[in-house]
Design a protein around this ligand. Sequence first.
Ligand SMILES: O=C(O)CCC(=O)C(=O)O
Ligand SMILES: [Fe+2]
Length: 161
Amino acid sequence: MREGHRFGAIHGFRETEKSRWSEASRAILQRVQAAAFGPGQTLLSAVHVLDLEPRGYIKPHVDSVKFCGATIAGLSLLSPSVMRLVHTQEPGEWLELLLEPGSLYILRDSARYDFSHEILRDEESYFGERRVPRGRRISVICRSLPAGMGPGDPPQLPPAG
Ligand SMILES: O=C(O)CCC(=O)C(=O)O
Ligand SMILES: [Fe+2]
């Protein structure tokens, strides 16, 4: 489906966009949104749900500025995983995040625009010396809208390949 914002970067996955949630899930999403977004930010109306199989991974990419604003907030569920950020101009500048199940990462401003993000495949899934075996991972991702776009004008994404 809609993967125009990082075309071809994700392997071994299925995904959907979801606007309707149970009351219990809405309460969690509200906590995520309160933690990640400022009052001046408008969110994409649908939340992105990505289901990555144990052998699935995400290659380095920067989400397209056409489809996503300054903030990306992702809740990781089920398997732990390692997210690596690499500066797009200075590849020697990088860092890794250990995404435990139930953890929330927030990529904002420079982390969102100046660094690529990726989820390491099982064979490369180490956090420092620590091996982080990959199982199925589900992420629930909220994004702000690009500036100047209203929530009623969802961006037209190209069809998935
Ligand atoms: O699964 C994640 O946490 C990140 C997904 C991602 O980078 C994307 O959909 O652009
Ligand atoms: Fe991304």
